[in-house]
Design a protein around this ligand. Structure first.
Ligand code: HEC
Length: 125
């Protein structure tokens, strides 16, 4: 493969590297139809970080709930709900419906906001 400087691949790779450094997130996620970039701001707006530690979200260092780092790799949500993008969305909108004893409150998260939040959680750095 041609690896001379100036080869188009070199330019592409350094563009991707820079994107990684500034934590640029995609604006569309296939699985949820949400916007990961928007999702990070939505997480800040709802104050999820008061209870959860979430990578890449400013001041999200709460320890009340489980850290949402690598949530995509976890098998169950809230200990019993199979972890799919759809179930994550439902949980974020209505945790009390799934687990009335959960310490996570209903926060009035809208459908669109839940999609963006899940999109971010699945793409977080
Ligand atoms: C008042 C504290 C509090 C706030 C605010 C809060 N959560 Fe939670 N969250 C919890 C607790 C406690 C749990 C564990 C619940 C359980 O297992 O029953 C939890 C569980 C979760 C889970 C499942 C994690 C797992 O591994 O099972 C997700 C996802 C989640 N929260 C996302 C969010 C999002 C997104 C927001 C903001 C819209 C948010 N939470 C706001 C306390 C909170």
């Amino acid at each position: 493969m041609n690896t001379l400087p100036g080869h188009p691949m070199v330019a592409l790779c350094s563009a991707l590297l820079f994107a990684g450094c500034s934590k640029a997130l995609p604006t569309h996620d296939e699985a949820t139809g949400g916007n990961p970039q928007q999702g990070r701001e939505t997480i800040v707006r709802y104050g999820c970080g008061a209870c959860h530690t979430i990578d890449g979200v400013p001041n999200a260092r709460g320890l009340v709930g489980p850290p949402l780092v690598g949530i995509g790799e976890r098998s169950y949500i809230g200990g019993h709900l199979p972890n799919t993008a759809d179930n994550l969305e439902q949980w974020i909108k209505h945790p009390q419906r799934f687990d009335p004893q959960s310490a996570m409150p209903e926060l009035g998260v809208t459908d669109a906001d839940a999609r963006d939040i899940v999109a971010y959680l699945l793409h977080q750095p």
